[in-house]
Write a protein that binds this ligand. Structure first.
Ligand code: SAH
Ligand code: SF4
Length: 360
């Protein structure tokens, strides 16, 4: 494969450039995009509207290859958790969550993460590498095509391993493919980028692509957020909320942002915190997604009691916020979207599967 290019992660524009540089017609890009992402075909020789010479040429300069599924675990509720091996040998996870009308895929953008949020297993693992765009879109390709009787994915959340806005270009490139009508055709409502708050990149995001935004807030003031989401020391809450408002203004306030809030016992789960949070978000068009902390080996944090979670949620609902609760189920929970454990292979042995459901 040396010197050959993997075309799986090329958006339409990149494919057009590729064909033009190689003295071929631009319209081949549209055909190729459809073959790969709508028909699931990776072998140039099976692309019947490419003539023999073109196939030969493509075989000599390019290839199309998704990453490898190394393990696959299905829970009782139908959630499928995959361990994915990258070209480098590094491992990431992706999780497929079937619901009544939707099939959501939680994907990874980095192996590990440099940001070290104190409640996150990926952060505890440290940073390994950025994923290439073919390794990001490759997760969606695998989900849709490796197991043909599964229904296609309807929603994507960048809530697996890593901070998507710190791997900006490959994330944008893969999101373009997700949205394109000749590929997966997912609307912006169905693609959510979750960020811990990389302010300059949020500002850049809406210039580059229209997707839904989720902010991992987790604390209502800088003192606490500095501690549990350390990137807050660089981009404090005021700046973060300004970037959110710029995002909303850019779309003339016709949409809202999801605010994620991991509830950790005796850290950020009191009514005082809920009060501060509701004040902080009072002028923002948003919905709040509460995520009870998922424990993992090596962490001293705990999940609050159901009673406390309910009180927190009810407080916000009474203040008029649309508030959802991500429920996790399972015998033992040490692997979930966004809290994927360092020793991945061990983490998904046995019954460590969960499913997520959003309830009002
Ligand atoms: N880096 C991005 C996206 C990946 S994390 C971000 O931080 O937003 C996706 C979500 O899972 C984030 O809201 C994150 O805070 C949350 N998360 C991380 N660890 C968790 C844990 N142990 N329990 C519950 N949610 C967790
Ligand atoms: Fe990184 Fe997100 Fe985990 Fe924080 S919560 S360490 S930003 S993956």
């Amino acid at each position: 494969m040396q010197n050959k290019v993997n075309l799986l992660g090329h958006s339409l524009e990149s494919l057009e450039d590729f064909f033009l540089v190689n003295n071929e017609s631009k319209f081949r890009a549209k055909q190729l995009l459809k073959w790969i992402h709508q028909k699931g075909i990776l072998d140039f020789n099976l692309m019947t509207d490419f003539n023999k010479d073109l196939r030969k040429k493509l075989n000599s300069i390019a290839y199309i290859q998704p990453p490898t599924i190394s393990e696959e675990h299905v829970s009782k509720e139908g959630t499928i958790k995959y361990l994915i091996q990258l070209d480098s040998g590094s491992m990431v996870e992706m999780v497929e969550i079937p619901e009544k009308k939707r099939r959501t895929l939680c994907i990874s953008s980095q192996a590990g993460c440099a940001l070290q949020c104190t409640f996150c297993a990926t952060g505890a693992q440290g940073f390994e590498q950025n994923l290439e765009s073919h390794e990001i879109i490759g997760q969606l390709w695998l989900s849709n095509f490796h197991n043909k009787h599964n229904k296609p994915i309807t929603n994507i959340v960048f809530m697996g391993m890593g901070e998507p806005l710190l791997n900006f270009n490959p994330v944008i490139e893969s999101a373009k493919i997700m949205k394109h009508q000749l590929a997966y055709g997912l609307s912006r409502k169905r693609i959510t980028i979750s960020t811990s708050g990389i302010v300059p990149k949020i500002e850049e995001l809406f210039d580059k692509i229209d997707v839904s935004l989720a902010i991992s807030l987790h604390a209502p003031d800088d003192e606490l957020r500095d501690e549990i989401v350390p990137i807050n020391n660089k981009y404090p809450i005021k700046n973060l909320l300004k970037a959110c408002k710029d995002y909303l203004n850019h779309y003339e306030n016709k949409r809202s942002i999801t605010i994620e809030y991991v509830l950790i016992e005796n850290v950020n789960d009191s009514i005082e915190h809920a009060k501060k949070l509701s004040k902080l978000l009072s002028s923002m068009s948003c919905k709040i997604n509460l995520i009870p902390f998922n424990s993992f080996k090596g962490s001293n944090y705990r999940r609050p009691t159901n009673k406390k979670i309910k009180l927190f949620k009810d407080y916000l609902m009474n203040k008029g916020f649309i508030t959802t609760l991500r429920i996790t189920r399972g015998d033992e929970v040490d692997g979930a979207c966004g809290q994927l454990v360092g020793n991945l292979s061990n983490s998904i042995k046995g019954k460590h599967l969960i499913s997520h459901k959003s309830i009002q």
